[in-house]
Design a protein around this ligand. Sequence first.
Ligand SMILES: [Zn+2]
Ligand SMILES: [Zn+2]
Ligand SMILES: [Zn+2]
Length: 286
Amino acid sequence: MTKYIRKCYEAGEKSCEVCGKELPAFDCWPGRTHFYCPTYECRSEVVKRTRYRTIGVNEKPCSRPGCNGFAPAGNYEPTRFRFYCSEECEKKSWFLEVRITNCTWCGKEIHRPNRPGVTNTFCCPEHNHLFRSEHLISERAGNYFPLLTEYVDGFVSTHYRKPYGARNALSYFFQFLMAEKVGDIKLVSPKLITRFIASELRRGGIPTKYVSFVSTFFDWMIAEDRFDHANPVVPRIHHAKTPKHLPRPYSEEEMTETVFERYPMATISKPFSKPALIRPRERTQA
Ligand SMILES: [Zn+2]
Ligand SMILES: [Zn+2]
Ligand SMILES: [Zn+2]
């Protein structure tokens, strides 16, 4: 079964790119770019042209700046962009392939492949993630974004191993506050937290997943004298026991194979180095 519609050409519509002879009517896959007659000579000539590129003597100057040499004559791959007169020139031209830039998130100096059209570079996947999530987080937090940033930069950065968890959790909480049109953080009540949990349930996932982050956030607000009431997250009401996860059951196939079949390198240490002592059964009645 073909996944594409074959393209049909009329007689004389295409001609051989080697000898120029007009081709008879034929059909082929739609992406075909090379056309040639079905003779051995024309086919092998096309293969030669497309598989490698032949460079003559003194044809390609060395790509290393300041070198007046030429690349040695021979066959090269057709996609080759730079040519070097020697291995030494190639080694010393590493900077042509590498771009020295700064991490868009933290500003650290980094070396990256010289690719055009790349505007943002990062020193690590974490910083890429932080940069990408930044606009998402600010969109969710809305008017609360400055407060969230203050909390993340202050308390979170010193009390959590990584800031993403709290940042993400609270962005959902603030998104909920924005949707509920709660303009002031001081108006958050236990009732609202219950509604937040219900809304998280509707969104899917574990409804109380973010509650502890919210609770810690209000502890911080209270400690900073910015919240007049008790913490709106009430443990006995808002904390639910998370279900215990059982280990994945074995499949039928796994049940039949032994540990040695599954892990050929595995060795089992013997539980007893000495043979277990078997006592004769004591006589209870003489
Ligand atoms: Zn031909
Ligand atoms: Zn050179
Ligand atoms: Zn960085």
